[in-house]
Design a protein around this ligand. Structure first.
Ligand code: ATP
Ligand code: MG
Length: 441
């Protein structure tokens, strides 16, 4: 039984009252049966887009993809995608069907869908329509293509990455025949647009079972992020690190909260370790300045995957800083708040916690305690609105002009010197003291 939102049920009834069929379909049926909250409620219908428009003349309709039979209908402001039953024509490019044909047969529509667990439809009265054994595969925790896996991956290679992503989200295993085809068809991933790969990667990384999926499908991921391959199996030869670089990375990803920015930070944070590794005469491994190399390699991969600039900059800034050793020290907290800003510093704290928890447990307790104590200091600095940036400084550029310092870059330089002294507690954050000091800078 799926608990259908009332608005979706109303849209289905409205289509039916005009003589059409309508069902919820795809991801929401899968998630509904699993008792998970669906991302969106997709509806499929026997009505053509023109018929849908007539049927919903009382509602706002957005023509999202009329060619593919998709309209977005706004029910009291909430958008629902409604798509005409369709069959995809031949795929000659491993990406898009050459043509899309509408059909009045729900089963034909279900047969074009990627996996059995995604190829089910459901109706509040009729119940489940499941021609390919999707419900059984859901119970077994199995990801299996509808039809011949190799053919389906040749049609649209993104499905390879979708299989891995569903494994990471649902903790499912890929069925044996589908699994073989994953590897056979993997080179076809080259044809897939970076944006589509990126969206699947984000969902995979944020999945509850990302840890196992990254371990099991590292070769698939390395196909489009080859920078990760040198991490596989690399023994760090260091008492702090009992795992290979890749195993450490996988664990760090699963330790950090499941938000895309954080998971990306964890995924890429040590990607520069292999190239920066040195082994000393005692046989101990070192990774001096690996965070700089990690930043460069992560930047290269994220750019190729077309991450937006904000995401790239944030992730790279956090990675660049991840070797900082936190101490319970308000000066350090103010310095880092000034340098990174609150948002990035919070991300960095999460990254370092996940990092430490994925290293030798012998040293964990003390390091986690230090990071947590630092975090408390940071919270104190923020709560007390202590001075860590120019906006907190008790004087500004105008005050310096009044002191007779001429307009120009000198003003900024002096303010920054004063700020540094306040942050370091060498000066109180008071106008008179600051003005006095400004004359001597
Ligand atoms: P999510 O929870 O991430 O939204 P989803 O399964 O709903 O997962 P969508 O990308 O929203 O994924 O697609 C909706 C449905 O469309 C899928 O459940 C599946 O039936 C079908 N589908 C999506 N992408 C493909 C594809 N590349 N090949 C075949 N069918 C697909
Ligand atoms: Mg969906």
């Amino acid at each position: 039984m799926i608990r259908l939102p009332e608005k979706a049920a109303l849209l289905i009834s409205q289509l039916e009252s005009h003589g059409h069929e309508a069902f919820i379909v795809g991801g929401c049926v899968r998630d509904g049966l699993l008792g998970r909250a669906p991302n969106d409620w997709d509806i499929c219908t026997s009505a053509s887009p023109e018929e849908m428009k007539r049927c919903f003349s009382n509602l706002r309709v957005i023509e999202t993809g009329v060619k593919h039979g998709t309209l977005t209908v706004l029910a009291e402001g909430e958008p629902f995608e409604i798509t005409t039953y369709r069959i995809d024509g031949e795929y000659s490019d491993s990406r898009h069907p050459d043509q899309v044909l509408f059909t009045s047969d729900l089963r034909e529509d279900l047969s074009r869908r990627d996996f059995t667990i995604n190829a089910m439809a459901w109706h509040p009265q009729t119940g489940l329509v499941d021609p390919f054994g999707g419900a059984r595969d859901l119970k077994r925790g199995s990801i299996r293509c509808v039809g011949k896996p190799e053919k389906r991956f040749r049609e649209d290679a993104l499905r390879i990455m979708r299989a891995v992503r569903f494994a990471g989200q649902l903790g499912f295993r890929v069925d044996a025949e589908t699994d073989r085809a994953l590897y056979q068809c993997c080179p076809l991933l080259d044809k897939i647009a970076a944006e589509r790969m990126r969206m699947e990667l984000d969902k995979l990384l944020c999945g509850a079972a990302a840890e196992k999926a990254l371990r099991d499908y590292r070769e698939i991921i390395a196909h489009f992020i080859p920078e990760i391959r040198p991490m596989f199996g690399l023994d760090q030869k260091n008492r702090h690190h009992i795992y290979t670089v890749w195993e450490h990375t996988v664990r760090a990803v699963s330790q950090i909260p499941g938000k895309p920015l954080l998971r990306l930070c964890a995924f890429f944070h040590d990607i520069g370790k292999p190239d920066s590794m040195t082994v000393d005469e005692d046989g101990c491994g070192h990774f001096y300045q690996h965070e700089i190399l990690s930043e460069a390699l992560a930047g290269q991969a994220m750019k190729r995957l077309k991450y937006d600039n904000d995401t790239q900059e944030t992730v790279l800034a956090v990675i660049r800083s991840h070797s900082i050793v936190f101490r319970p020290d308000s000066k350090q907290a103010r310095r880092l708040l000034g340098k990174l800003g609150e948002e990035r510093l919070r991300l960095l704290i999460e990254l370092e916690l996940a990092d430490v928890k994925s290293q030798n447990p012998l040293y964990q307790e003390e390091r986690v305690a230090n990071i947590s104590a630092f975090r408390e200091k940071m919270e104190e600095v923020l709560a007390e609105d202590q001075c860590f940036s120019l906006r907190h400084l008790a004087i500004n550029g105008k005050d310096l002009l009044c002191l007779g310092i001429p307009q120009g870059p000198e003003i900024g330089r002096i303010l920054n010197v004063l700020l540094e002294q306040v942050v370091e507690e060498a000066l109180p954050n008071e106008p008179d003291a600051l003005k006095e000091a400004a004359r001597k800078v």
